[in-house]
Design a protein around this ligand. Structure first.
Ligand SMILES: Nc1ncnc2c1ncn2[C@@H]1O[C@H](COP(=O)(O)OP(=O)(O)OP(=O)(O)O)[C@@H](O)[C@H]1O
Ligand SMILES: O=P(O)(O)OC[C@H]1O[C@](O)(CO)[C@@H](O)[C@@H]1O
Ligand SMILES: [Mg+2]
Length: 463
């Protein structure tokens, strides 16, 4: 039996209260096409926590061996590891810019200063470069006054960078500067670096806590329900999609083609399509498609144009890369080792125009690429709320001496995740409900392939 607070009164809540009424037996087959129907017998456990505080010694052993799959819940701890009056904290921001970085920096500084009384907080400039003396970047002091208004601006007051730095040299710098807690704000690359930095700190037996905060508009960190900046990026994409829709409807046989960021995952494209509902085709890296052939994109587009006279296509920048590459295409990478993508937006524009020219159908295609405009803005209200929470929970974790971990939302709960589990990359499941909802709301064919793909060998991690 559980208790719930309703209108200020405590009310006993029992399992019977959660039974849903049915009008009667359902005897008619549903016309909805999905891979998995949801049976009434599938239920969500309500806020189940597990408390193993009275287990005596070897608690970690107990978690490893006896406790079912679970993660540590974030929050202030009764006992902390670092003495606030002697604690020095450092903050770094790495990888691409993202809405909300300044909100997180502000939240960390305010929480350290006002809740814990930490007075020594520094900012590392230009990502991990700032820890390498030869770059000559200054170290900046962070105070409540210096961060007071930074959340009103996009970008990062500390700036950022890409490119690998020597792990040993970075740990030398942290140790030389007597840093006790190192907050790393970044995406998958940053977390891979953070994992290696933690290993080196552990190898040297240093008492430096490393806490990650999940930043990236791509929302591609495993187990993290949502990275900060993602919601804002979706909201910012809306304008480009609306404009594409207006342009498509404003001319005979109009096509609005929008390319949106999203390197290895189409999370932003999917989110924007579901938020916008003017999109007719969503193309993402996780779902391959053919251009030509009876089931390919061109034929589907032609059918749609004949039927509705206009069409909006939203393509994630990482989609359809295999259509543009030949065996001789060089595989270029950026300074951090991320694969440089070929331009699917321009490629599709040229190929679609070419197809309809050959088919003798006059179209009007307008191509929009909002590019960096979706990530260099300030955070939306919902992202700002998320960023403050992440900053606050990161400080609680750091002060408690936790390390090699990241704070994040999982199943609507703030949790501590070991950094090693988040870096493997999160993608949209083409068989999952999210993609099914995209297919339903766009009306695009379930597959734009002429030949079905071989079934996947690996199983998806389901959380
Ligand atoms: N395996 C690694 N070892 C050491 N450093 C790494 C490693 N992977 C990435 N880094 C470094 O981490 C930093 C951030 O990585 P990256 O540029 O890939 O951005 P990110 O954190 O993934 O963010 P985003 O994808 O949102 O831009 C870079 O300085 C990069 O060189
Ligand atoms: O800043 P850069 O190096 O051009 O990076 C662009 C990439 O960064 C991201 O914005 C975030 O990883 C991606 O969506 C995009 O592919
Ligand atoms: Mg990345």
């Amino acid at each position: 039996m559980r208790h719930g607070r309703i209108n200020g009164f405590m009310k006993k809540v029992q399992q019977e209260d959660y039974i849903i009424q049915n009008l009667g037996e359902c005897a008619i087959q549903s016309p909805v096409i999905v891979n998995d129907f949801t049976p009434d017998s599938k239920r969500l456990l309500l806020k189940q926590y597990l408390d193993y505080s009275n287990t005596g010694k070897n608690k970690d052993e107990k978690v490893k061996r006896e406790i079912p799959l679970s993660v540590e819940v974030a929050g202030p701890r009764e006992k902390i590891f670092f003495d606030p009056s002697k604690t020095k904290a450092a903050i770094v921001t790495c990888g691409g810019l993202c809405p909300g970085i300044n909100d997180v920096i502000r939240a960390i500084v305010m929480q350290l200063y006002h809740r814990y009384g930490v007075r020594n907080i520094i900012g590392i400039k230009y990502g991990f470069q700032g820890l390498i003396p030869s770059y000559g970047h200054e170290i900046v002091e962070l105070t409540p006054e210096s961060v007071e208004n930074i959340h009103r601006e996009g970008g990062s007051i500390l700036s950022s960078s890409r490119g690998q730095q020597n792990i040993g040299e970075m740990v030398d710098a942290l140790s030389r500067m007597n840093v006790n807690i190192f907050f790393c704000i970044g995406g998958d690359g940053t977390m891979r670096a953070a994992e290696r930095i933690t290993e080196e700190i552990t190898r040297r037996k240093l008492s430096i806590s490393l806490i990650g905060i999940p930043k990236t508009i791509d929302n591609d960190l495993n187990f993290v329900q949502k990275t900060f900046g993602f919601d804002t990026a979706i909201a910012e994409s809306e304008n480009a999609i609306s404009c594409a829709h207006v342009e498509a409807k404003g001319a005979p046989m109009g096509i609005g083609l929008v390319k949106i960021m999203g390197r290895l995952s189409g999370q932003i494209a999917v989110g924007a399509a579901l938020a916008q509902n003017d999109v007719n085709f969503v193309l993402i890296p996780e779902v391959p498609f053919d251009l030509e052939g009876e089931n390919g994109l061109f034929k589907a587009l032609e059918k749609r144009l004949i039927r509705r006279k206009h069409c909006v296509i939203l393509v994630a920048e990482g989609a359809g890369q295999e259509l543009m590459r030949t065996n001789n295409t060089p595989q270029e990478t950026d300074a951090s080792g991320n694969i440089r993508l070929l331009d699917i937006g321009y490629f599709l524009k040229v190929r679609i125009e070419d197809y309809f020219k050959k088919a003798g159908i006059q179209i009007n295609l307008k191509y929009i690429d909002p590019s960096y405009m979706i990530r260099s803005v300030r955070a939306s209200a919902s992202d700002s709320i998320y960023c403050s929470a992440l900053g606050q929970y990161a400080v609680h974790a750091g002060m408690a001496g936790k390390t090699g971990m990241l704070v994040g939302l999982l199943k609507d709960e703030y949790v501590h995740l070991p950094i090693r589990v988040v870096t493997s990359g999160k993608q949209i499941d083409p068989e999952g409900n999210l993609w099914m909802r995209v297919l339903e709301s766009t009306g695009q064919p379930p597959s734009l392939l002429n030949k079905p793909l071989d079934p996947p060998v690996e199983e998806h991690v389901v959380i």
